[in-house]
Design a protein around this ligand. Structure first.
Ligand SMILES: Cc1ncc(COP(=O)(O)O)c(C=O)c1O
Length: 391
C-alpha cells in the first residue's frame, strides 16, 4: 500500500496534508518519492532553520546519539548545560527551563507567572489571571488553547483552564482597562502573531505595555516560539522592539529539526520554580540539546543574522513587484503576504505543483524559508511564486 493510504488508515487525521510524500532533503530543497525537487519556503513551520540535514547539525546529533541518548533529568549532562549557558549568554537571560515543544514552553511560563504572584502576594490576593491578545496562538494543550485569543480554538474540549482574558492587539487603552481591574499576574503575547496571519505589534503599544506592566509588577511573557532564534533577523524579536520581557518562550527553530522548548527567565523569574515544582521526562534530552547547540551557535552570529535580514528584504521587495500582492507584513524571514484577488489555498496548491512549499496563515501566504537558503535557491523560489501570483 502507498504512503498516502497507510497514513489515512493508521494516523489520526488532524492535519490536511499537501499531496506530497517527502523522502529526503538537502539545504533548502526537499525531494518526493519520484525525486521531484521542492524549494522550501516553510521550514517545517519555522523549525528547520539550518535547512534539511545540515552536515554539522546532523553530525552533532549523530555523535551524541552514539554517545549518550537519554538520561532523564535525574543526572547532570554536558549538552544541556552547554546549551543553557549559550542561550543565557546570547540572550542576556539568567536561567532556562527545558521542555519539548512550544505549547509546553508556554505552559511552563504560565506556571512561573502564577507561582511568582502566589509566592509574592499570597493566595488571597487572587492574582492568577493572564491577559493575552486577540488573534494570538499559543499552543494546543488545554491550557494554551485557553490562552489562545481566538474563539475558534475554544471548542469541544471543555472545561478549558480558567483565568485568561483577551484584549485587542495594539489597543493599549483596552489592555489597561482589563489589567486595571486587578487580579493579573502576567501578559502573554507574540511580537508578531504568526498563526494569526503574521501580524506585528506596534512599537508604541509594546512600549506602553511594558511601562504599565513594570509599574504594576505584572510579568511580561513573550511567546517567541515562532519569532525566536533568528527568524526575524535578530536572535530574539524583542531586540527589534527594544524591550526585555521577564520571560521568553522558545521552541521551533531552536532545535534545528528536533523537538525542544525552552523558557528563558530573568532575575525576577529565574528562581520561582524549584525542586519538585515542575518536570518533563524528555526535557533537556542530550541528543536534542547537541543539535540545538549547533543551530544556536551558528544563528546567534551577527553576520548570519545580517544575512537573514538581507535575504528577507530580497524576498519582500520581489513580492512587492507583483500586482497581486497588496502588502507584505513581518520582519526578517517571517513574512505574511496579503493577496488582492487570489484565494490563498489555490496559490498554495499551484506552488506545490510547481515545486515550492510555502505556508499559509489565515487568508495570507506565510513565508518562513530556512535561514540558510542561498541566493540562487531563494531566487528560484521567488520566480515560482511570482509565476503563480502573476498568472
Ligand atoms: C507563537 C506560537 N506559540 C506556540 C506554538 C505551539 O508550539 P508547538 O506546536 O511546538 O506546541 C506555536 C506553533 O505554531 C506558535 O506559533
Amino acid at each position: 500500500m502507498h504512503t498516502r493510504e497507510l497514513d489515512q488508515q493508521y494516523i489520526i487525521g488532524t492535519y490536511k496534508r499537501q499531496n506530497v510524500v517527502l523522502t529526503r532533503g538537502c539545504g533548502a530543497v526537499a525531494y518526493d518519492e519520484e525525486g521531484k525537487a521542492y524549494i522550501d519556503f516553510g521550514s517545517g513551520i519555522g523549525v528547520n532553520s539550518l535547512g534539511y540535514c545540515d552536515k554539522k547539525w546532523a553530525d552533532a546529533v549523530a555523535d551524541q546519539a552514539h554517545c549518550l541518548q537519554h538520561t532523564s533529568n535525574l543526572y547532570y549532562t554536558q549538552p544541556a548545560v552547554r546549551l543553557a549557558q549559550l542561550l543565557c549568554t546570547k540572550t542576556g537571560y539568567r536561567k532556562v527551563l527545558f521542555c519539548n515543544s512550544g505549547a509546553e514552553a508556554n505552559e511552563g511560563a504560565i506556571k512561573i507567572a502564577r507561582k511568582y504572584s502566589f509566592d509574592k502576594y499570597g493566595v488571597e490576593a487572587n492574582r492568577s489571571r493572564i491577559l493575552t491578545l486577540q488573534n494570538s496562538f499559543h499552543g494546543r494543550t488545554v491550557t494554551t488553547l485557553a490562552a489562545t485569543g481566538q474563539e475558534a480554538f475554544h471548542n469541544y474540549f471543555f472545561p478549558f483552564t480558567e483565568g485568561f482574558s483577551y484584549a485587542p492587539a495594539n489597543d493599549i487603552n483596552a489592555v489597561k482597562e482589563i489589567l486595571g481591574q486587578g487580579g493579573y499576574c502576567a501578559v502573554l503575547f507574540e511580537f508578531i502573531q504568526g498563526e494569526g496571519g503574521v501580524v506585528p505589534l506596534d512599537r508604541d503599544f509594546v512600549d506602553e505595555l511594558f511601562r504599565y506592566c513594570e509599574a504594576h509588577d505584572i510579568l511580561t511573557i513573550a511567546d517567541e516560539v515562532q519569532t525566536g532564534i533568528g527568524r526575524t533577523g535578530t536572535l530574539l524579536a524583542s531586540e527589534q522592539f527594544g524591550v526585555k520581557p521577564n520571560i521568553t518562550t522558545l521552541a521551533k527553530g531552536l532545535g534545528g529539526g528536533l523537538p525542544i522548548g525552552a523558557v528563558l527567565t530573568d532575575a525576577k523569574t529565574m528562581n520561582v520554580l524549584s525542586f519538585g515544582d515542575h518536570g518533563t521526562t524528555f526535557g533537556a534530552n542530550p541528543v536534542v540539546c547537541a543539535g540545538a547547540y549547533e543551530a544556536l551557535s551558528r544563528i546567534a552570529d551577527s553576520d548570519f543574522l545580517a544575512e537573514v535580514r538581507r535575504k528577507g528584504d530580497v524576498l519582500r521587495m520581489a513580492l512587492l513587484t507583483s500586482d497581486e500582492v497588496e502588502s507584505v507584513a513581518g520582519l526578517g524571514m517571517m513574512l505574511g503576504v496579503t493577496l488582492r484577488t487570489k484565494a490563498v489555498a489555490d496559490v498554495l496548491k499551484a506552488c506545490v505543483e510547481r515545486g515550492l512549499l510555502p505556508l499559509t496563515a489565515k487568508a495570507k501566504l506565510r513565508l518562513l524559508p530556512p535561514l540558510i537558503i542561498d541566493d540562487e535557491t531563494l531566487e528560484k523560489g521567488i520566480q515560482i511564486l511570482l509565476s503563480v501570483l502573476n498568472e
